[in-house]
Design a binder for this molecule. Sequence first.
Ligand code: NDP
Length: 232
Amino acid sequence: MSRHVIVTGASRGIGAAVAEHFVTLGDRVVGLSRGGVAPAGCAAAAVDVADADAVAAAVKSSVERFGPVEVLVVNAGITRDGLALRMSDAQWREVLAVDLDGAFYCARAALSSMVRNRQGSIVFIGSVSPFMGVPGQANYAAAKAGLVGLARSLATEVASRSITVNVVAPGLIDTDMTTDLASREAMTSRIPLGHVGTPSDIASVVGFLAGNHARYITGAVIVVDGGLSLGH
Ligand code: NDP
C-alpha cells in the first residue's frame, strides 16, 4: 500500500527524517519548503506555508499528481527567540504566521481531499515549549500551544470520516534549529535520558501515528523528549 504523504519543512532536520521514513515504507512523498528541496525519493515543491494561496495550489497539484492526501505531516516551523518585553511585532507575527497560520492552511488544504476519501492522518509537530515555559519563546510557545487546540478541534470535526489528528511534541532535537540555542547546554543537562534526541526519534513516532496500529488514536499529544518536560 503506497500512500500519498505530504510533509512540510522536509528540506532538513525533523521534516527530512520524516519524509525519508515514509519513502522507506514505499509511500509517495511530497516535501514542501521555501527552498523546494526534499530528500531523495520525494517530489519537492517550493512553498511558503504562511501563504494560504500557495499552500492551496501546492496541495491541489499534489492531489492531481498522486490522488487524495492520505497523510499530512505539518512540520515546517521557525523560532525568533527574544524576551517578551523586547520582542518586536515582526518577531511575534513571523512565528505565528509560519508555525500556526501555516499549520492551519496546510491542514485545511489537505482535509478536503481526506474528507472526500473518508480516511487520513494529520500529524502536527508541536513542542514541549508551551508545557515547560521556556524564557525567550513567548511567540513560539503561543504558536505551538495553539497547534494543540487546532489539532484537538479538528480531531472532533473529522473523526466521523475516519481521519485522525494528533500532535507530536518533541523536546530538544539535534537540528539546525537548536545548534545555536542559548539554553542548549543547560537543557541537555536536564534530560533524564541523558542526551539530545535525533530527528529519527521523532520520525518513528510520526510514522506510528500515521499507520494502521494507531487508527484508534486521535486528538492526542505525544511528548517525545527523553523526559525533559518531567521537570527534574
Ligand atoms: P529546521 O530549522 O532544521 O528545519 C525547518 C524546516 O522548515 C526546513 O525544512 C525549512 O525549509 C522549513 N520552513 C521554515 N519556514 C518555512 C516556511 N515559511 N514555509 C515552508 N517551509 C518552511 O527545524 P527542525 O527540523 O528542528 O524543526 C522542525 C519542526 O519541529 C518545527 O516545527 C519545530 O518547531 C519543531 N521542533 C523542533 C525541535 C528541535 O529541538 N529541533 C523541538 C521541538 C519542536 P526552508 O528554510 O527551505 O523553508
